[in-house]
Write a protein that binds this ligand. Structure first.
Ligand SMILES: Nc1ncnc2c1ncn2[C@@H]1O[C@H](COP(=O)(O)OP(=O)(O)O)[C@@H](O)[C@H]1O
Ligand SMILES: [Mg+2]
Length: 284
């Protein structure tokens, strides 16, 4: 079982190494990186390449670790017990009818090995990773309501992503294999764009990439545009048939690119960029 990249996803050598290291070690792969650098997509692509179903758990600030294991639906049970029909009376007898299985339960009890994505773990509160330590380590947990031990039939391949909004606890880090997806250099970015827009003209791509990296390297930006923003922007440029000249100024000075709203997502950054362009033009 080895991951060797895929048609839709450009994986650098070190990223492939990291995926395979996590598979060999049988440890979760913790992937960090700026938003939009392909962390979520990595899990989807690896799962597909290795022919495993992917179970996804998207974490929010309110998500609790227990929800990934199971939840007991007491409200439904109470309603059934008050309904007084033959059906509901039958259901009430077995508490298992009110256990809602979480993604870990599903992953552990699946008949074939599955991939499990715990996406954006840094969104949850600080206790969340620690609360899952034991389950991910031992690949089992206990359901008190039904008094059964849920033990993984096959060890799932676990991906955990983080946008780095919060530090993760040391005990948690110790159990993962870690990889940081660096922001793609120009060559890698060209390959990524090529996967999405194979017919894009070379000149337009070169000009757009220059503008993109100029914007990205602007000191003091609050939110740097990332891969997915570049892709959005290119899509718009093509849809609107923006001519090459609109991206290139003859004297190589910076100008405000068309549809810049696809790249810069807050007014401070737009203002900063406009100021720079203005200063540049005055210095002509
Ligand atoms: N290496 C890559 N190869 C192909 N497409 C990529 C790559 N990295 C990012 N993308 C594009 O960027 C989009 C955002 O990626 P995503 O996985 O959602 O980022 P993240 O989870 O890191 O925020 C994807 O839908 C994909 O279109
Ligand atoms: Mg993501």
């Amino acid at each position: 079982m080895k991951f060797q990249g895929s048609e839709n996803y450009v994986a650098t050598q070190d990223l492939m190494l990291a995926v395979n290291a996590a598979i060999t070690l049988k440890r979760p792969l913790l992937v960090k990186g700026e938003p939009g650098t392909g962390k979520t997509m990595l899990a989807e692509e690896v799962a597909q390449a290795l022919d495993m179903p992917l179970l996804q758990w998207h974490i929010k600030s309110t998500t609790k670790a227990q929800q990934g294991l199971y939840e007991y639906d007491a409200v439904n049970r109470l309603r059934d017990s008050q309904l007084n029909t033959a059906d509901s009376a039958e259901r009430v007898k077995d508490i298992r009818n009110y256990i809602v299985q979480g993604v870990l339960w599903q992953a552990f009890t699946a008949d074939q090995p599955v991939a499990l994505l715990i996406d954006e773990i840094d969104k949850a509160d600080i206790e969340f990773p620690n609360d899952l330590l034991r389950e991910l380590d031992r690949m089992e947990f206990y359901c008190y309501e039904t008094r059964e031990l849920i033990k993984a039939k096959h060890r799932p391949l676990v991906f955990i992503t983080s946008n780095n909004e919060k530090e993760l606890p040391d005990a948690f880090l110790r159990r993962c294999f870690f990889h940081y997806i660096k922001f793609p250099d120009a060559d890698t970015m060209k390959k990524i764009v090529d996967v999405h827009f194979p017919t894009l003209k070379d000149e337009l791509l070169t000009a757009a990439m220059k503008t993109f990296y100029d914007v990205r390297n602007l000191p003091g930006l609050k939110k740097k545009p990332s891969t997915s923003e570049l892709l959005d922007w290119l899509k718009l440029l093509m849809a609107e048939d923006i001519p090459l000249e609109a991206l290139q100024s003859a004297d190589n000075k910076v100008s405000i690119p068309p549809l810049v709203g696809a790249l810069l997502k807050n007014e401070q950054d737009t203002t900063l960029f406009e100021k720079l362009v203005f200063m540049n033009q005055r210095n002509r």
